[in-house]
Design a protein around this ligand. Structure first.
Ligand code: GN1
Ligand code: MG
Length: 341
């Protein structure tokens, strides 16, 4: 991070001699840990190639924060820290930044090692949606239009078969055929969203384990990374938990023999989520609990393969074929899940 930018940020937040350290985090935003005034903050640059209107994220966070501080004041909501002038979003040379308080005594984990962790996370994501049941999800700005619209993801996949890198298309013949053969998942998704028993609620849309703060007793404190909070279906949150908690290895794993489904983790997600959401979910939705996993894994496989065929313009890649590996990994996981449930 450039010194001049650091100085601007220090000035805006009224810090002195702040120390900035980059932290490795998700694929999309860049994050720094800042030590200033004997406190720890997180400074995050919003990826404005992905989020075209970062001010909409800011508006959503402020609305949710206002609602929760009125209606669930005991809930820890990680709202952005305001600058000395009272802004929760900083725009500097066309880049967007915000700052969060580091929550003392909290930690995050990157890998789900026990069913208890899966339970805690599912319980927290369910709690978040359930505390916001009185908040009209329609009042949220759509920060990523069609983010979890599987029909559109399928169309984007088809477009990449037309306009993508011809060599990569040829090398991916098998994976393309598998994904096409499984397109019945898109039909099922479409009939799900059309059903009046499928409800739109305040949904997190990025329920990986590192988006939960844990305390020292390994209990969940709250959810973080709220940029993709939008109206959505429960499929998104439950599906991404299934996608990222039940397998002992992540989407980065190249050795497909290491991919498997840990049944106790599946059950822990269901128990944890239903502990906070059982009264809210309709019977129709509950019947689609495992479909959530299929749908999300399928969507992620489509997204990774599409990006590979489009020369990695969205996710980027750390080595040639990176997104192909991720796609093959997700296809293998999907097949394992379809066998398990
Ligand atoms: C992205 O940036 P990160 O890691 O939180 C992506 C998710 C994918 C995930 C796959 C805005 O999330 O949808 O599931 O990568 N977020 C966006 O690792 O595209
Ligand atoms: Mg994220």
């Amino acid at each position: 991070m450039e010194t001049s930018l650091q100085q601007t940020i220090e000035q805006l937040y009224g810090w002195e001699n702040a120390v900035f350290r980059p932290v490795a985090s998700g694929l999309i935003n860049h994050t720094f840990q800042v030590e200033a005034d004997g406190r720890i903050y997180l400074l995050q640059e919003v990826n404005s190639h992905v989020f075209k209107h970062p001010e909409q994220i800011d508006e959503n966070l402020n609305r949710l924060s206002d609602y929760l501080s009125m209606n669930a004041p005991e809930y820890l909501f990680t709202a952005p820290v305001k600058t000395r002038e009272g802004n929760s979003l900083v725009v500097q040379d066309g880049h967007f930044y915000r700052v969060f308080n580091w929550v003392p005594g909290s930690h995050t984990i990157d890998v789900v090692e026990t069913p208890e962790q899966a339970f805690e996370a599912a319980n927290q994501f369910g709690l978040f949606t359930s505390l916001l049941k009185g908040f009209d999800a329609g009042n949220l700005k759509i920060t990523l239009p069609d983010f979890h619209n599987l029909s559109l993801r399928y169309l984007q996949f088809e477009a990449s078969l037309q306009h993508g890198n011809p060599e990569r298309i040829k090398e991916s013949t098998h994976e393309i055929a598998v994904l096409k053969a499984k397109s019945g998942i898109v039909d099922r998704f479409e009939s799900f969203v059309k059903n009046p028993e499928a409800r739109l609620r305040v949904t997190h849309h990025d329920t990986k384990i590192s988006n939960i703060l844990f305390d020292n007793e390994q209990k969940g404190i709250c959810v973080i990374d709220l940029d993709t909070v939008m109206p959505g279906f429960f499929l998104s949150d439950v599906g991404d938990m299934i996608r990222t908690y039940v397998c002992p290895v992540s989407e980065e794993e190249k050795d497909l023999n290491r991919i498997s489904i840990r049944k106790p983790f599946l059950e822990a997600i269901q128990k944890g989520y239903l502990a906070t959401m059982k009264d809210a979910l309709t019977g129709f939705e509950k019947d689609h609990f495992w479909f959530a996993g299929e749908m999300l894994i399928y969507m992620q496989a489509l997204r990774f393969l599409t990006d590979h065929l489009n020369n990695d313009t969205y996710y980027g890649s750390r080595y040639t074929g990176h997104n192909f590996v991720r796609a093959a990994n997700q296809i293998c996981l999907l097949e394992a899940l379809q066998e398990a449930v």
